[in-house]
Structures are given as structure tokens and as C-alpha cells.
Design a protein around this ligand. Structure first.
Ligand code: NAD
Ligand code: ZN
Ligand code: ZN
Length: 348
């Protein structure tokens, strides 16, 4: 079968021929129905230093996956051939306290996980191929009736990551509060909808692309702002001088992190989700009083189940541009060039 593989650090992936995987006991092979192209893959290709992650090259890209069960190994009981499923992406040990409550993203026994700090498409073979091996049946979530895998795939990361970040700040997203979304790309455009669908908060969206701000407006943003040195002042003006109760930074560059904390309201939350490698100094006076600054990584298994349900009920949808597997590399080029509206999804 064909697969888009990253062959080495600091290199572009290549479409190559590999053997179709076979499921061992407790394992499942899915026929891929959709694999999202995440900006994190661009960081893996271009920004990560060799050995920064303890992963062995090569591996197949694609860590937002859904499809149909193709074959199951001995002892698999929860899914059967033909079932439409989404893949929970962070693959932990399955046995530690964090994994037992479904937060495999923060597995505390990484040495016993299939790969350290990763999953399919991040250190192990992912979904930009015709078939994908799932090492444990527990990592699959059956899709709500009628949902297509190509629709579900981006929800497993571009949806789940913002949902997790938003959920932990829900108590600050009151009906009179303001949430700022920085970066209205794959993650940000779903995050914006999730704030609107699950809270009464007002949303201000910030991006440096005109098309992204138009997308934000079409998704119900109350205000949109270009990402420049006037944005923090504009957010203060829009909030009677108070600032934003919650700022979600889906870029993570130094200027967006500076904006995030400058725009925050005392007692607010600043959550850095983007991996653009920015950094800002931290001291008592570098942000308004009692602002919590945090990072989040991916999300929890039960949150993915909730999110698929929200999507099935039409509360959130992912704007997608689809690419055949032969064009998967083009999807990443378009993402890098800022040409993707919402999420690029490879449909083999
Ligand atoms: P994307 O390329 O689809 O979207 C990024 C958006 O940010 C684009 O709309 C772009 O125009 C905008 N942008 C870029 N620079 C900006 C700036 N200075 N100010 C305002 N907007 C700016 O990317 P994505 O797939 O949505 O991923 C976003 C980030 O989140 C990436 O760094 C990715 O690696 C990271 N990520 C983190 C997690 C996590 O668990 N923490 C999970 C997935 C992705
Ligand atoms: Zn990702
Ligand atoms: Zn674990």
C-alpha cells in the first residue's frame, strides 16, 4: 500500500510503498477514511531538532484518523469488521492512573506505552496510508450513526485539542465574559465554534490572514482583529478596559504569547496551545494579577466521545478541504502557505 512517510528529521515526507499491516492479538487494522494534516507535522518536519523526540524514523504521518474496521486480531470484542471508528490519538500505557481515566496524553508510564509522547503518526505509523494498525482496541471510538470518517478524522485533534483547552476554562466563560481566540486555522476555527456552542461568552478572533478572519466571522465571532501591536489595545477597548477572561493561543509564537497575556483580565486564563516555539519572561508583574498561564496537550478519551456527539448534533463542524493520498504532500504545502480554509484532510 502507499503511505506518506517522514524518512528523517529536517526533511519533507515521501510517498512510498509499504506492506499492509496485520493485526496481532487485541489489535485492529482500519481502512483509513480520513487523515487530517496538522500544523504539528510541519513542526516535526522542519522545526524539531533530531532526537528532540525519542522516535525512530521513518514513520507514516497522520495523527488525526478515522476509518472503517478492516480486520481484528484475536480477542478483540468491542469492534467488528465494517464498523466506522475514530482513533483516539495519544497512545499511552493504558494502565497508569492517567490512562485509566482516559487522559492518555499525560500517561505516567511512557516506557510502557507503544511510543514515548506520541501515537500513530507521531513516532509510529499513522493514517496517511490506505490502512492503519491500532495497537489496542481501547483506542477506537465508534462513530455516531451516519457520521463519515472523513468528517470525524479532524475532530480527533483539531477538535479534541481545543475542546480540552476550552473545557478546563468553562467556569470562566460566563455569559458576560470575553474569550479571545488567536489563530483561526484548523484548531482555532473549531475552538471558536466550541466556545459559541458550549458557553455564552463573547468571542474575539485574531489572525494575520484576511481569509481566516472572514472564516471566523462566518462561524459567529463577535469581533475579529488583525494580529498586530494594536490588537491588545483593541481587545481592552472592546471589553470596557477590562481585558479578556480567557485567551486561547493557537499559534504559540512570542508575539502571540505577548498579546495573550497583555490582553488578559485579572483572574483570567491564558492557554498556550500552539507550538510555534515562542517564549516570554515570567515574573510577578509580567501579566495582570492572578492570571493563570497554562499549556495543554491534546485531550482525553471521554472528551472525544462528547465531541463526536456534539458534531453529530450539528453543534460544531470542521471546514475541510480534501486531498487524495497522492496529493498528501500538497496538503502540507498548502497548510504551510496559509492556503487551507479550516482543515486539510487526506482521503485515501
Ligand atoms: P493552522 O496552520 O491550521 O492554523 C494556524 C493559524 O494561525 C492560521 O490561521 C494562521 O494564519 C494563524 N497565525 C499564524 N501566525 C499568527 C500570528 N502571529 N497571529 C495570529 N494568527 C497567526 O495550524 P493548526 O493545525 O490549527 O495548529 C495550530 C498550532 O497548534 C500549531 O503550532 C500546532 O503545532 C499546534 N497544536 C498543538 C496541539 C496541542 O496539543 N497543544 C495539538 C495540535 C496542534
Ligand atoms: Zn496535531
Ligand atoms: Zn499510562
Amino acid at each position: 500500500m502507499k503511505a506518506l512517510r517522514i524518512m528523517d528529521w529536517k526533511s519533507e515526507p515521501e510517498l512510498v510503498e509499504v506492506a499492509k499491516p496485520q493485526p496481532g492479538p487485541g489489535q485492529v487494522v482500519i481502512k483509513v477514511g480520513g487523515a487530517g494534516a496538522c500544523h504539528s507535522d510541519l513542526h516535526v518536519m522542519h522545526d524539531f531538532e533530531p532526537g528532540m523526540m525519542p522516535w525512530t524514523m521513518p514513520f507514516t504521518l497522520g495523527h488525526e484518523n478515522a476509518g472503517w474496521v478492516d480486520s481484528v486480531g484475536a480477542g478483540v470484542t468491542t469492534v467488528a469488521e465494517g464498523d466506522a471508528v475514530a482513533v483516539y490519538g495519544p497512545w499511552g500505557c493504558g494502565k497508569c492512573e492517567r490512562c485509566r481515566v482516559g487522559v492518555e496524553s499525560y500517561c505516567e508510564n511512557q516506557a510502557a506505552a507503544p511510543v514515548v509522547n506520541g501515537g500513530g503518526g507521531l513516532g509510529l505509523d499513522g493514517g496517511m496510508a490506505e490502512y492503519l494498525l491500532i495497537p489496542f482496541e481501547r483506542l477506537l471510538v465508534r462513530l455516531p450513526d451516519g457520521m463519515e470518517p472523513a468528517t470525524a478524522a479532524p475532530l480527533t485533534d483539531a477538535g479534541l485539542t481545543p475542546y480540552h483547552a476550552i473545557r478546563r476554562s468553562w467556569h470562566k466563560m460566563t455569559p458576560t465574559s470575553t474569550v479571545v481566540i488567536i489563530g483561526v486555522g484548523g484548531l482555532g476555527h473549531v475552538g471558536l465554534q466550541l466556545v459559541k456552542a458550549t458557553t455564552g461568552a463573547r468571542v474575539i478572533a485574531v489572525d494575520n490572514r484576511k481569509e481566516a478572519l472572514e472564516l471566523a466571522t462566518s462561524m459567529g465571532a463577535d469581533h475579529v482583529l488583525p494580529s498586530d501591536d494594536k490588537a491588545a489595545g483593541a481587545i481592552k477597548d472592546l471589553t470596557s478596559g477590562h481585558g479578556a477572561d480567557v485567551v486561547l493561543d493557537f499559534v504559540g509564537a512570542t508575539p502571540t504569547m505577548e498579546l495573550a497575556r497583555a490582553a488578559a483580565r485579572p483572574l483570567g486564563d491564558v492557554t498556550i496551545v500552539g507550538l510555534a516555539g515562542g517564549n516570554v519572561p515570567l515574573s510577578f508583574f509580567t501579566q495582570p494579577y492572578e492570571v493563570s498561564i497554562q499549556t495543554t496537550y491534546w485531550g482525553a478519551h471521554p472528551e472525544l466521545v462528547e465531541l463526536l456527539d456534539l458534531a453529530a448534533r450539528g453543534q460544531v463542524h470542521v471546514e475541510t478541504t480534501t486531498y487524495p493520498l497522492d496529493q498528501a504532500l500538497q496538503a502540507y504545502h498548502d497548510l504551510k502557505d496559509g492556503k487551507v480554509r479550516g482543515r486539510a484532510v487526506v482521503v485515501p
